[in-house]
Design a protein around this ligand. Structure first.
Ligand code: NAP
Length: 345
């Protein structure tokens, strides 16, 4: 099949940049996003607009999705007018969102029944990787099976790992996220210790970078934390969602992930007090005086209000009733199997 027409659904922080590289590679691009304004730059460059994911997908050879939460993925693929039904036969459906491994398997199986090819392909490399077109892709498909779409994938990536089975990409991505989460808590602890001890925190970061205490997170995000730059490249609420998904999987496997548990508690706290739409580097605010937090826009009085109003504790960003929100990771009910747990749908 010659790939000519591509649809891209979800033109947020990551999606808009990725879609731009697909256009640069010469493909005919149609885009859809919940909020049209976030697609304007692509439209100005000649992308076509579609009012719905179904309309975008109608005659596309390849359809990419880069939405926020598993609940959004479920909507876009499995609703009555979702991509599984509306994409043309033989089309490729590639989900770049960080989402649930089980949902990825369900989507793969449903697509197969309809003679379409679907696989999970979450990414790592952050906003900068998306801007530069150098993302690392983590694919739930074999290299051989993915060969027909390789030229498109290569238009926005510099490395692809193949995990050979549906959901394998998402599982590997969640492993990356639990490591990232602990690295973030690690550097936040280190900066707090340095600052409270009255030594030069920037120099401590240099020590970490030249020794074994550094990480990708401390190299790229800790300088932003120190500078008080909390603008999102990666939203705090999305990391909370990812850790929630990993914890859900750990419960299924009956294992404990103490690092992830700690990180979840902290990121959940940050989200509850108003930091959901800040970058993950805002984690360090939790270690600061209340006045500094207030100056950055956080409000500690909101903490645990989720006990009365569950909305704060949920990772999915949707309005519906929850049980204990701690374990929610972003699915919601549409008559399909639920991929989060402890919800009352
Ligand atoms: P984002 O800026 O919130 O982008 C998501 C976009 O999807 C938003 O523009 C949203 O619309 C749109 N959307 C959601 N549901 C939709 C639907 N049903 N139909 C159409 N559009 C829909 O988030 P992001 O930072 O790009 O991240 C996207 C995903 O990639 C997340 O799962 C995240 O965890 C993952 N990720 C992010 C990074 C990073 O560094 N940012 C890195 C790797 C992976 P609105 O504009 O209306 O909100």
């Amino acid at each position: 099949m010659q790939i000519r027409k591509i649809a891209f659904i979800g033109t947020g922080i990551m999606g808009a940049n990725i879609a731009g590289h697909i256009m640069d590679a010469g493909y005919d691009l149609t885009v859809n996003n919940r909020t049209k304004e976030k697609a304007e730059a692509l439209l100005a460059r000649g992308a076509h607009w579609a009012d719905t994911p179904a309309e975008a997908a109608a005659d596309a050879d390849v359809i990419f999705t880069m939405v926020g939460y598993p609940g959004d993925v479920e909507d876009v693929y499995l609703a009555t007018d979702g991509l599984i039904r509306t994409a043309k036969k033989g089309a490729w459906l590639i989900d770049l969102t960080t989402s649930s491994p089980q949902l990825a398997r369900d989507i793969h199986d449903a697509a197969e029944v309809e003679d379409k090819h679907a696989f999970d392909c979450p990414v790592t490399g952050g906003e900068q990787g998306a801007i530069d077109g150098t993302l690392t892709l983590i694919a739930g498909i074999s290299e051989t099976a993915a060969a027909p779409v390789l030229p498109v994938l290569e238009s926005f990536s510099s490395k692809i790992f193949y995990f050979d089975q549906p959901g394998g990409g998402q599982t590997a991505k969640l492993c990356n996220q639990v490591s990232l989460a602990s690295c973030m808590v690690g550097y936040a602890d280190a900066l707090a210790l340095a600052e409270q001890s009255g030594i030069d925190a920037e120099k401590v970061l240099e020590v970490m970078a030249s020794g074994t205490g550094g990480s990708g997170a401390s190299r790229t995000l800790a300088p932003k934390s120190l500078a008080g730059d909390y603008k999102p490249g990666f939203l705090a609420e999305h990391l909370r969602k990812d850790i929630g998904l990993a914890l859900q999987r750990s419960e299924e496997l009956e294992i404990t992930l103490p690092g992830a548990e700690t990180a979840f508690t902290l990121f959940d706290m940050l989200c509850q007090i108003g930091g959901s739409r800040m970058g993950t580097q805002a984690l360090t605010l939790l270690y600061q005086e209340e006045a500094a937090c207030a100056a950055a826009g956080l409000d500690w009085s909101l903490l645990d209000q989720g006990d009365e109003d569950d909305e704060h504790e949920c990772c999915c960003g949707h309005d519906h009733e929850h049980g204990d929100g701690h374990e929610c990771c972003g699915g919601h009910g549409h008559g399909h199997e639920c991929h989060c747990h402890d919800h009352e749908h």
